[in-house]
Design a protein around this ligand. Structure first.
Ligand code: NAD
Length: 251
């Protein structure tokens, strides 16, 4: 899947679609993948931030595409735009996510469904929508961003844990279905990461003080895992769950 055009790097010649790529971890993934030779399509509902990032990375390396991951029509447009700009999609990072805090007793059905819609249904639509393009590419790699909340429980965010546990299972199912096309599918489980999502969350410092690595992760420390899973260095990894959590799930 390598092409002679573009910079030489660990993912040279790949066209990678990153959802939620405008800020936070998605932005870190976009920056590192471009530095390693990929062409990235930043899909997000945050147009201003997404366009600014794509502009900074340059038109040969990055494209911003408005994408609400809950819309199948928007997914089809995003895959078409990616193919048109950079060729068939050989990498997908399902990174877009939201969190809604509230105990089960007080959580509305609408708020529960909204989190599941973005964090779970969005991943389903993404994997389904890129499949034809990845087959045209001759194979590829899908990285689904789950969470340590997809392995253990967190009280107060039931929609989030429901969706993130689902993503772990969906990843393994997709790995079984897509293997025959040379497409690998893995999930990544970040612990506490310093991004806009956690910036306003109460108790973040206390949540990491007891960890073997007693601090939050920097987004770049997740990007290196995503890079590994998109590159051929992980050629025998599929259906796996990769924690990057400072030891969060050891307890
Ligand atoms: P973030 O809020 O900084 O970034 C999330 C991005 O997703 C934003 O750019 C947002 O606009 C985008 N997004 C939201 N809804 C969308 C939609 N419907 N369609 C398209 N884009 C949408 O958060 P982050 O911390 O960078 O999170 C990235 C991923 O990592 C999420 O899936 C999150 O659940 C997961 N995660 C985060 C942490 C953490 O501590 N920050 C820990 C574990 C997992």
């Amino acid at each position: 899947m390598s092409m002679s055009m573009g910079k030489s790097g660990r993912v040279s010649g790949r066209t990678v679609l990153i959802t939620g790529g405008a800020r936070g971890m998605g932005e870190a993934h976009a920056r590192l993948l471009v530095a390693e030779g990929a062409r990235v399509v930043v899909g997000d509902i945050l147009e201003e931030e997404g366009r600014a990032l794509a502009k900074e990375l340059g038109p040969d390396a990055a494209l911003f595409q408005p994408l609400d991951v809950t819309s199948e029509a928007a997914w089809q447009q995003a895959v078409s735009a990616a193919e048109e700009a950079f060729g068939p999609v050989s990498g997908l990072v399902n990174n877009a996510g939201i969190v809604h805090v509230g105990p089960i007793a007080e959580l509305s059905e609408a708020d529960y469904r909204k989190v599941v819609d973005v964090n779970q249904v969005g991943v389903f639509l993404g994997m389904k929508s890129v499949l034809p393009s990845m087959r045209r590419a001759g194979g590829g790699s899908i990285v689904n961003i789950s969470s340590v909340g997809g392995i253990i429980a967190f009280s107060g965010i039931v929609g989030y844990t429901a969706a993130k546990w689902a993503v772990r299972g969906m990843t393994k199912t997709a790995a079984q279905e897509f293997g025959r096309y040379g497409i690998r599918v893995n999930s990544v489980h970040p612990g506490m990461v310093a991004t806009p999502m956690t910036a306003d969350a109460p108790g973040t410092e206390g949540a990491v003080a007891h960890l073997p690595i007693p601090r939050q992760a920097r987004p770049e420390e997740l990007a290196t895992m995503v890079l590994f899973l998109l590159s051929d260095e992980s050629s025998y990894c599929t259906g796996g769950e990769f924690t990057v959590d400072g030891g969060y799930t050891t307890f």
